[in-house]
Design a protein around this ligand. Structure first.
Ligand SMILES: NC(=O)c1ccc[n+]([C@@H]2O[C@H](COP(=O)([O-])OP(=O)(O)OC[C@H]3O[C@@H](n4cnc5c(N)ncnc54)[C@H](OP(=O)(O)O)[C@@H]3O)[C@@H](O)[C@H]2O)c1
Length: 320
């Protein structure tokens, strides 16, 4: 992996790994334009995949992405499946549609997300919205479509996380912030992104011997997507104090502080394509390289506790 670094572009990654794209099926969540997911989908289209399926919330934002894919290569099968990851009925319906359209999935990229929602909000099931959209919906979807991943084995699952996971430990005793009384928006985002990493470990532990591996990726920071549209620069300035209060540790913005829209999908694409990664998984990637996480993101007890809690929140057990 040594050739890639923080400034690697999507075209460089696709060029290096085009043999890993050709003929394969990719499922990407949260790929309305402009987003990291949409950038990944368009980049993959340049290397002859068989099928790109986008599962996302708003059809109109995905239509332009599918059109771009077809303009690049009209032989690629494209599918849109509407899903609201915060509504478990919607996730269950979408999972059926995904499996029908893609009986074999080589790579699932869980990219959908929301960040730092100001007011405490719960989803239809009563779960805090950031945990729900970033993580619980993906836990349920990934497990429901596992037959399609197993049918393509070896297959992989890429979970988009963020360095915000460092802000907090998982609040096993109060994951719903005392129904809002203890809510703090960055801690909530951090908890959700931490959950995605713990899930990466739990999934790989259960399924590696059947050929399913998972990696978590911090893509870097970028302001061209819609993730932080509701925030001001000062809002981000709250993070160091919150990290100090929660963890007794100092926050660091890693360099480069911002990636271009062209660079922002590279780490996740490497996670999806690098043929050396399955053997090294579970892993966390940042700036195009495997990066050691803080201990609380890979603690085996936390990994198992989260799997059990996730089954409770999703209302279904997943045993392999
Ligand atoms: N951008 C960054 O600087 C950055 C940094 C660190 C980590 N990340 C992570 O990278 C991932 C992608 O971020 P982004 O910048 O691409 O964000 P974005 O531009 O806001 O795109 C997020 C996508 O997720 C979809 N989505 C949100 N809630 C959903 C739900 N309930 N059900 C289904 N789809 C839903 C959105 O759908 P709509 O089209 O309907 O809005 C959109 O297509 C996120 O997991 C984020 O936490 C991003």
């Amino acid at each position: 992996m040594a050739v890639f670094n923080a400034t690697t572009t999507t075209d460089q990654v696709i060029d290096a790994f085009k043999s890993q794209v050709k003929g394969r099926t990719f499922v990407i969540t949260g790929a309305g334009k402009p987003s990291i997911g949409s950038q990944m989908a368009v980049a993959l289209a340049k290397a002859s995949p068989m099928h790109i399926l986008i599962a996302s919330r708003t059809a109109s934002r995905v239509e332009t992405v599918l059109k771009e894919i077809t303009e690049i290569d009209s032989s690629i099968k494209t599918t849109f499946v509407q899903v609201d990851l915060t509504d478990h009925d919607s996730v269950r319906r979408a999972a059926k549609e995904i499996q029908a359209a893609a009986p074999k999935i080589d790579v699932l990229i869980n990219s959908a997300g929301i960040m730092a929602i100001k007011e405490f909000t719960v989803d239809k099931q009563g779960i805090e919205l950031q945990l729900s959209a970033n993580y619980v919906g993906h836990f349920l979807l990934t497990n429901l479509i596992m037959p399609s991943l197993l049918a393509a084995s070896p297959a992989r699952v890429v979970n988009l996380t963020g360095s915000g996971y460092r802000i907090t430990k998982f609040r096993f005793d109060d994951w719903n912030f005392s129904n809002g009384k203890e809510y703090e928006r960055w801690t909530s985002y951090g908890q959700a992104k931490l959950a995605s990493i713990l899930f990466t470990y739990g999934l790989t532990k259960r399924l590696k011997d059947r050929g399913i591996t998972s990696t978590a990726c911090h893509p870097g920071y970028n302001g061209d997507t819609h993730l932080g549209d509701h925030l001001t620069y000062d809002d981000y300035g709250e993070v160091p104090d919150i990290m100090r209060r929660n963890m007794g540790m100092e926050w660091e913005w890693e360099e480069p502080r911002f990636k271009t829209f062209d660079q922002i999908p590279t780490t996740s694409l490497i996670a999806a394509l690098d043929p050396e990664l399955p053997a090294k998984s579970p892993a966390y990637l940042q700036n195009s390289q495997i990066h050691e996480t803080d201990e609380h993101a890979r603690d085996p007890e936390g990994v198992e506790k989260l799997w059990k809690l996730s089954e409770q929140l999703a209302g279904q057990k997943f045993e392999y």
